[in-house]
Design a protein around this ligand. Structure first.
Ligand code: ATP
Ligand code: MG
Length: 561
């Protein structure tokens, strides 16, 4: 019985398991991040998948930190991950777990395998182990320590735990088969000596379990039914199964799916860390980062990310998703939900020479044409205004229908104006436009039916709020940023224009009351969000979330011609 409208190969497996009563009708998933970095959009896919399945099947969902590697893990990452999972609606209730809490149990299970003659302490170092591992076509060689007695192994393993050996001096290995066609089964490592403080366990441990040893045990302890992971673990599944079978403990089902890759985006944690550490971005939450913290600060809604994740679905085959799909998701969301506003990013002053000095009119502006219930607001209009430099050309090219000397445009929600005179400074730059307005053309009145070719946005100069606006763009110029010329690395694909800061922007007064995190459509310009860190009531800072249209599509088409 399918309890969900979604249909993918993982849900098919679960449906089958429910039919055969494999897990007594239970569905229990988990999201198991290692706290060695911030979560990115790929993790969002995993969270949505695992949480979505638990929810659709009335099951449970755990958040579990796979904190088995003290060298790279930090409390800061733990905190950010919890915040991000909650933000995406991954409700784990009271089921927040740490693999490090299972270390004692894991140790006992290792002792159990040693006693059964299925694990041994080995003195080979990393290079020696690699050399003896063999290749895909050639069997490996047995370690000279492979036939130590259980007593000797128990003694050595205990002394490893007590801290008698230095890093790398000894390891614990599973005794499986050095000739297995699956290299993961050639006596894989279970424990390493690592003298390093752990962010939760302090100095309690100096031996740490490997992912392969630990992961199935964690799943088993938590009664997980379906342990969903990415494709690179497919060849590790026999090992996952081997450990659980040989311990004779509860055995969840591992299922692999293709990880998410997105164009113009880097998703490797190692590379994201490098971007942060080398200060190519301002931090993990830089609005250009593909981290959830970055998307949130940029202004993406959790809903838009959920919609994106659900839309791309899951598959068994690696693929590259077009980043335009992600941008489409946020546009769709904000088109419906964002309040409209007028903002002039590159201002040029307009003086209406026939408009009375000191007069102010309050004009009615629609808050959201897609949502009548959003109502309207009043916008002040006066003799001096700002319009965008983009909307004026002294020498207009053919088919330019916005303002130019002698022509007319409509000011949104206001009047038709005509450009009478261009004022320049000594250097010849345009500083001001002198225009006249036609009082019979006020929007919403009976006489306002005269048509002109363009409508532009504006802001009353006296009432305008000064603001900084940060125009963010894609962080990489290459569709696949990992594809590089010889001798270069992915950093050479960074987009030098991924951030343009405009410090002299003029906003309609309503925007001055925006609280950090508020989102708007600046009419004709894009979607923007008051920056959560830097925006202040008297000094607003807005981030561009996304342009109104996919401007990159145009560029790509031009490039192809
Ligand atoms: P690394 O192992 O390099 O540190 P990771 O991205 O695998 O990085 P984890 O913290 O182990 O980091 O990931 C937690 C979970 O998120 C895993 O179950 C993993 O399968 C899943 N995950 C990670 N990256 C992606 C991705 N790009 N697409 C889908 N799922 C992902
Ligand atoms: Mg991983």
């Amino acid at each position: 019985m399918t309890t969900t409208e979604k249909n993918d190969f993982i849900r098919e497996i679960i449906d089958e398991d429910l039919k055969t009563n494999k897990f007594q009708g239970r569905v229990h998933t988990r999201f198991p991040p290692e706290p060695n970095g911030y979560l990115h959009i790929g993790h969002a896919k995993s969270i949505r998948l695992n949480y979505g399945i638990a929810k659709d099947y009335n099951g449970k969902f755990n958040l579990r930190f796979d904190d088995t590697n003290p060298e790279k893990e930090e409390q800061e990452y733990v905190d950010s991950i919890i915040e991000d999972v909650k933000w995406l609606g991954g409700e784990f209730e009271d089921r927040l777990f740490y693999a490090s809490d299972y270390f004692e149990q894991m140790y006992q299970w290792a002792v159990n395998l040693i006693k059964k003659g299925k694990a041994y302490v080995c003195d080979l170092n990393g290079d020696e182990i690699r050399a003896a591992r063999g290749t895909l076509t050639e069997a490996g060689k047995d370690s000279p320590y492979r036939n130590r007695s259980a007593e000797e192994n128990l003694d050595l393993f205990e002394r490893m735990r007590k801290g008698e050996f230095s890093n790398g001096a000894k390891i614990l290995r599973a005794k499986i088969d050095m000739a297995s066609p699956n290299i993961n089964l050639r006596d894989p490592i279970m424990y390493r000596v690592v003298h390093e403080g752990h962010h939760r366990q302090g100095d309690t441990w100096c031996i740490y379990p490997t992912y392969d040893w630990a992961h199935g045990l964690e799943d088993s302890l938590e009664n997980i039914t379906h342990s969903i992971c990415t494709l690179e673990f497919e060849n590790h599944r026999p090992l996952y199964d081997w450990f659980l079978e040989n311990l004779g403990i509860y055995h969840p089902q591992q299922i692999e799916f293709a990880r998410l890759n997105i164009t113009y985006t880097v998703l490797s944690k190692r590379r994201l860390l490098q971007l942060v550490q080398e200060k190519h971005v301002s931090g993990w939450d830089d609005p250009r980062m593909p981290t959830l913290a970055g998307f949130r600060r940029r202004g993406y809604t959790a809903d838009s990310i959920k919609v994106f994740c659900d839309k791309i679905g899951v598959s068994k085959k690696d693929s590259m998703i077009d980043v335009a799909m992600l941008e489409w998701s946020i546009r769709e969301d904000l088109n419906k939900n964002a309040q409209r506003a007028m903002a002039v990013l590159n201002p040029i002053k307009v003086v209406l020479t026939n408009y009375p000095e000191g007069k102010v009119e309050e004009l009615s502006a629609v808050n959201n044409p897609e949502d009548e219930s959003a109502g309207s607001r009043m916008v002040p209009f006066s003799r001096e205004l700002y319009i965008d430099q983009e909307d004026f050309r002294e020498f207009p090219p053919p088919k330019y229908f916005r303002l130019s000397p002698g022509t007319e445009v409509r000011l949104r929600y206001a009047y038709i104006i005509k450009c009478e005179k261009v004022i320049k400074d000594v250097k010849g730059s345009v500083t001001e436009l002198h225009c006249t307005y036609d009082p019979t053309t006020k929007s919403g009145t009976a006489t306002a039916n005269r048509k002109v070719k363009s409508t532009i946005h504006w802001v009353s100069a006296h009432h305008a709020m000064n603001a900084e606006v940060r125009l963010y763009d894609r962080l990489f110029v290459k569709e696949d940023p990992n594809e590089v010329e010889e001798g270069k690395d992915f950093l050479s694909n960074i987009n030098p224009n991924s951030l343009l800061v405009l410090t002299y922007c003029k906003l309609e007064p309503m925007l001055g009351t925006a609280t950090p995190g508020d989102r708007f459509q600046f009419e004709r310009t894009g979607y923007f969000c008051a920056d959560m860190k830097d925006s202040k009531p008297d000094a607003p800072v807005f981030n561009r979330i996304v342009t109104l249209k996919d401007t990159w599509a145009k560029i790509e088409q031009k490039g192809k011609k």
